[in-house]
Design a binder for this molecule. Structure first.
Ligand code: SAH
Length: 524
């Protein structure tokens, strides 16, 4: 791929034209982009996006791709006019670039996608269009409303609410749509909602028709309110529902009582801060999001190589002389195997050793390298692993411990006391990301975080350091309304020592158990 791109990065006059991909980004949840849309994004030289396309989608674009935010019409410094956007697409494509134009929902549903393509056609630029999940179907689905249903309706209309229906020259035939269509979905209808509902009622629609208004559909910020044609405008005003929101009108809205699955998920409306390394956060984040939570990833640890590979390389050279290799973290496993790979080795070199792991997660990760652990302790801690080994008898045995540069000494100490020879080989070290204290404190001052998760002692110490508040009492006060969740007793002890009360702590020290306990905390 790198080779292909370098050719297109340096346009010369005879440069072949690039291409514009008009891609529907889906309604908000970044996972609702199509496979095809994502594939084009992964190969983009330029990404042009606006405020309705989830910024999370940008992580699929190559790091070196140019990203252009064209904003929201009439808002902000970075907003571009439609002419400027069209010009940008044409210019970049002429320079030979693969341009992905990401548009919220579906590009051809009230997205001015048609106008952009007309410009491309006029300029002779090749293009492709990828449809997207439009926000109307997403909003209905995520509000628990099947947009059509045999018992209630067999037609649906997408209508723009942007035009003031009281002004002459409207494109919408209110008389026909009021009673001629079962389900009506209005885009951009919040400002004009009083006029829209009036117009429908005046043209014969039953004022008791149920209506749901959904804001930021399919995202963790989704909010919905319900009413009838007669009172929904007032409900929206009272709850201060602002754009972007959709208005779904029709008998199908009654089914919401039965089907409202998204907002009923146990952690819906809760925001959880995840302090693990980026590499490790995904399992926790995915589990929390599935339970309905919004996650803020705030890594308190980054992983760097050890100062020296010498101790490990030496151990690898005489691995046959070791009885055991112990892994006490996922990072240790990944970095250990990373080093093997760099040296042109693989798992076969471990054939003569028995392997112990600290818990079920490390066991799973090890399995990913094709190796079943020989020893998994009953209690998933360093102490647990030490006890399990001592019980087997380690007198005179040689044990290799690839681990972080700085780690708790309890495991090697216990093993040495029991007569083992322990070789510690640092395979990574934890480094602290830059603090951004002000920004972090602000999140808590604004009460934006409901749950704070810690998955190791160093996440707690680093978090407190990044917070930049020396005084434990002041720290506790800032985190006053936050539920602190710790994966196990060691982490919890560190948290308490630093003045943080611990509200959630699972019995087994695993990520799924932690998620379960967080859910339990709010259920109880
Ligand atoms: N092409 C887009 C629509 C763009 S018009 C699509 O197919 O969805 C912009 C309007 O879309 C907003 O004013 C709002 O009414 C609606 N909209 C887009 N995303 C939304 C979301 N996540 N939740 C609620 N409404 C949304």
């Amino acid at each position: 791929m790198a080779v292909m791109r370098s050719a297109s990065e340096t346009p010369v006059p005879s440069q072949p034209l690039g291409k514009v991909y008009l891609v529907g980004a889906g309604p908000g949840d970044p996972d609702l982009i199509t496979v095809k849309g994502r594939r084009f994004l992964e190969k983009a030289d330029v990404v042009v996006y606006d405020y309705l396309a989830s910024p999370k989608l940008l992580r699929y674009a190559p790091a070196e791709a140019e990203q252009v935010y064209v904003g929201k019409k009439g808002h902000g410094l970075h907003a571009k006019t439609q002419d400027e956007i069209n010009q940008l697409l044409v210019e970049r494509a002429r320079a030979g670039k693969r341009v992905v134009r990401l548009k919220g929902g579906d590009p051809f549903i009230f997205g001015r996608g048609g106008e952009e393509i007309e410009e491309l056609v006029a300029a002779g630029i090749p293009f492709e269009v990828v449809p997207g999940v439009t926000s109307a179907t997403a909003a209905a689905t995520y509000a628990g409303v099947p947009i059509t249903h045999r018992r209630y309706t067999s037609s649906v209309a997408f209508v723009t609410g942007h035009e003031d229906p009281t002004k002459p020259g409207s494109n919408v035939d209110w008389r026909k749509i009021a009673t001629g269509v079962g389900t009506l979905v209005f885009y951009m209808g919040i400002k004009n909602l009083p006029h829209i509902t009036r117009k429908l009622i005046d043209n014969g629609r039953d004022p008791a028709t149920p209506v749901v208004v959904v804001r930021w559909a399919s995202t963790p910020d989704q909010r919905s309110v319900e009413g009838t044609l007669a009172d929904i405008a007032e409900v929206v005003r009272k709850h201060d529902i602002r754009p972007p929101a959709l208005v779904v009108v029709g008998e199908v809205v009654r089914l919401r009582r039965l089907i409202n699955w998204f907002e009923k998920r146990p952690l819906f409306g809760k925001t959880v801060m995840v302090t693990r390394t980026r590499e490790q956060a995904s399992e926790l984040v995915a589990g929390l999001e599935e339970a309905g939570a919004a996650c803020i990833e705030w890594p308190t640890i980054a992983i760097g190589p050890p100062d020296s590979w010498e101790p490990l390389d030496q151990a690898l050279a005489e691995l046959h002389a070791f009885d055991w290799i112990l892994f006490t973290s996922i990072n240790a496993i990944r970095c250990f195997f990373g080093r093997l790979r760099d040296k042109g080795l693989d798992s076969r070199i471990l054939a003569g050793c028995r392997i112990g792991v600290v818990g079920s997660t490390t066991a799973d990760v090890l399995r990913g390298y094709g190796i079943e652990a020989d020893l998994l302790p009953g209690e998933f801690t360093g102490e647990g692993l030490a006890a399990a080994l001592v019980e087997q008898g380690v007198e005179g045995q040689r044990i290799l411990l690839p681990r972080a540069k700085k780690a708790r000494e309890i495991l090697p100490e216990t093993l040495r006391q029991a007569g083992a020879e322990v070789v510690i080989a640092p395979v990574y070290q934890n480094v602290r990301p830059s603090a951004r204290s002000e920004e972090l404190r602000q999140l808590f001052l604004e009460r934006r975080v409901d749950v704070l998760t810690f998955t190791s002692s160093s996440t707690v110490t680093n978090f407190c350091h990044m917070l930049g508040i020396e005084d434990a009492a002041a720290r506790r006060e800032l985190l006053d309304t936050v539920a602190v969740a710790c994966i196990g007793p060691v982490t919890a002890r560190t948290a308490r020592r630093l003045g943080l009360p611990v509200h959630v702590q699972p019995e087994t020290y695993t990520i799924p158990a932690l998620i379960d306990r967080i859910i339990g905390h709010f259920a109880g």
